[in-house]
Ligand binder design. Structure first.
Ligand SMILES: [Zn+2]
Ligand SMILES: [Zn+2]
Length: 62
């Protein structure tokens, strides 16, 4: 049974998004957040529904 590693998890611990193979983060927001732990919050900074729907009412709008 061949193991196709097409999907991977975002490198940001608080992020539950899956990313394509070869990528570490699902978004620039996650990449930035991971680089700056001090500014990191419990909730993922990305705007993906998978993450935003996980918390209460994030209110992360641009
Ligand atoms: Zn996320
Ligand atoms: Zn992410």
């Amino acid at each position: 049974m061949p193991t196709n590693r097409t999907d991977d998890k975002c490198a940001l611990p608080s992020c539950t998004c899956s990313v394509p193979a070869g990528q570490r983060y699902c978004s620039e927001e996650c990449k930035r957040a991971h680089a700056h732990p001090d500014e990191q919050s419990e909730q993922c900074p990305c705007e993906h529904a998978e993450c935003t729907s996980a918390g209460p009412s994030g209110g992360v709008t641009v």
